[in-house]
Design a binder for this molecule. Structure first.
Ligand SMILES: [Zn+2]
Length: 63
């Protein structure tokens, strides 16, 4: 069984469980555009633009 990737609507991180491991939200979307993998939020311009402070895989846009 293939499950589609979900992203948290609030922080845009990719979620594999029932709850967002980053912010605790349970409101997810499967409609997103672009993927950014943030390894070091402090050194990443993308992370600053996205307001990300926790390393992980993020969607650039979530609908
Ligand atoms: Zn979240």
């Amino acid at each position: 069984m293939v499950s589609k990737s979900k992203v948290c609507r609030k922080c845009r991180v990719f979620v594999s469980g029932k709850k967002c491991s980053t912010c605790g939200e349970t409101d997810f979307s499967t409609t997103y555009a672009g993927i950014a993998v943030i390894m070091d939020p402090n050194k990443s311009e993308v992370a600053k633009k996205m307001d990300v402070s926790i390393p992980g895989k993020y969607a650039l846009k979530v609908r």
